[in-house]
Design a protein around this ligand. Structure first.
Ligand code: AMP
Length: 382
């Protein structure tokens, strides 16, 4: 494994085999320090190495060296628990930049006081392994590589006051009104304040040429575009298509909590959105005409489940179904076909009742409520 932990004085990660660790020596490159195998060529060692940073100063130094060498950086912010969706962002970043920085940080200020911060999945070793495998694949195709993983502590990210998820909350925050209060923001009032704040910090630390976000969290992409524009941040926002299971369920770190029973019914949201999308594609432009089949589908599936026995059924609540303006996320009564619109929704899968023997219940035994979100973009057609 070619991972290096970089502090002010770089330290090797303990997971390096000792024989490999002994073969490493400092290598000076334009006043910076890289650690290279004594036998490796610069090119192959550079491609295969990922530096791990926990602090800001060494990461900045590394970034400066890349700049002096005319290299470009694509930043992929994540909360870890990586899956194929995250990797698709890294792949696109590697195709468009010489270097990719992946950040792994579960940001407390975007979780409300009653939300699932404590139970959010943490899979650090598996995350590094996935990035390592991907790096090898990228190296063989001659693309950019993951040269840095930034995994800061909360003290590093919130150096003065501890993170506060209360409203109004003590601390320094970036807020976007009303954008950050709509839809996901209505259900999770501190969410976008936390997202915008942590992204501002990460962008300031990493100074990326481009930043990569998934369409899966579409309102987040609108928030980030607004952040970059309103604060004149010098980076390009790139949006990557949603990665899905074969039946259409959007990949999410939280899907591990679903278990088989809720997983099968969880597709209801994507099915509903597709029905609404079909209306738009058939030429419908009025809100009611587009949304009714989606609402109807949700109602039907809910009714179907209610008639089943508790040891078989799945209970869920539809949080919202939205047809919104792509720039503001405000609801529209009629789609302007020159602009298109965003169809989105959220459902809360409630805890499983009366688990059966041998039932596959997922992490948390089926008792953790899971909020699923999804969206489809209605492209401009005229
Ligand atoms: P998270 O770790 O959930 O904060 O996600 C980190 C980034 O990965 C965000 O930009 C997400 O939008 C993106 N992402 C998460 N799931 C998917 C997916 N299924 N397809 C594409 N991007 C995703």
């Amino acid at each position: 494994m070619a991972y290096l932990r970089c502090t002010a004085a770089p330290i090797l990660r303990p997971c390096l085999s000792s024989s490999f660790a002994h073969s490493l020596k400092p290598y000076a490159l334009n006043s910076g320090i890289r650690y290279l195998s004594s036998t490796a060529t610069l090119r192959s060692a550079t491609i295969s190495q990922t530096h791990i940073f926990n602090d800001v100063a060494p990461l900045r130094k590394f970034r400066r060296e890349l700049l002096f060498n005319n290299r470009t950086v694509g930043l992929v912010p994540t909360m870890g628990a990586l899956h194929a969706g995250h990797l698709s962002l890294v792949r696109q970043a590697a195709a468009e930049n010489t270097d990719v920085f992946v950040t792994v940080y579960v940001n407390p200020t975007q979780f409300g006081l009653n939300e699932d911060l404590a139970s959010y999945p943490k899979t650090w070793e598996a995350d590094l392994e996935m990035l390592h495998q991907l790096n090898q694949e990228l190296a063989s195709t001659g693309q950019g590589r993951v040269s840095a993983v930034f995994a800061p502590s909360t003290k590093v990210m919130y150096p003065i006051l501890p993170p506060d998820s209360a409203i109004p909350g003590a601390g320094s925050f970036v807020e976007m009104r009303p954008l950050g209060q709509l839809l996901e923001g209505a259900s999770r009032p501190v969410f976008f304040r936390g997202v915008a704040t942590i992204c501002m910090k990460l962008f300031n630390i990493c100074t990326p040429d481009r930043v990569y976000f998934g369409q899966k969290d579409i309102q987040q992409t609108v928030v980030i575009k607004r952040l970059v524009k309103d604060f004149h941040l010098n980076t390009d926002v790139r949006i990557v298509a949603t990665s899905r299971e074969s039946d259409g369920l959007a990949l999410s770190s939280r899907n591990v909590y679903l278990g088989a029973r809720r997983r099968n019914v969880g597709i209801v949201l994507n099915q509903a959105l597709r029905k609404a999308e079909a209306q738009y594609k058939a030429g419908k432009r009025l809100r009611g005409d587009i949304l009714w089949p989606a609402v109807d589908h949700g109602d039907k599936v809910q009714l179907e489940q209610e008639t089943m026995e508790p040891n078989e059924r799945v209970r869920f609540q539809v949080d919202y179904l939205s047809l919104a303006d792509p720039d503001t996320m405000e609801e529209v009564d009629q789609v302007d076909a020159t602009k298109g619109a965003i169809l989105s929704g959220a459902v809360k899968m409630l805890p499983v009742e009366e688990p059966q023997e041998d039932e596959e219940l997922g992490v948390g035994g089926g008792q953790i409520p899971v909020r699923l979100i999804d969206n489809l973009v209605l492209d401009p057609v005229e």
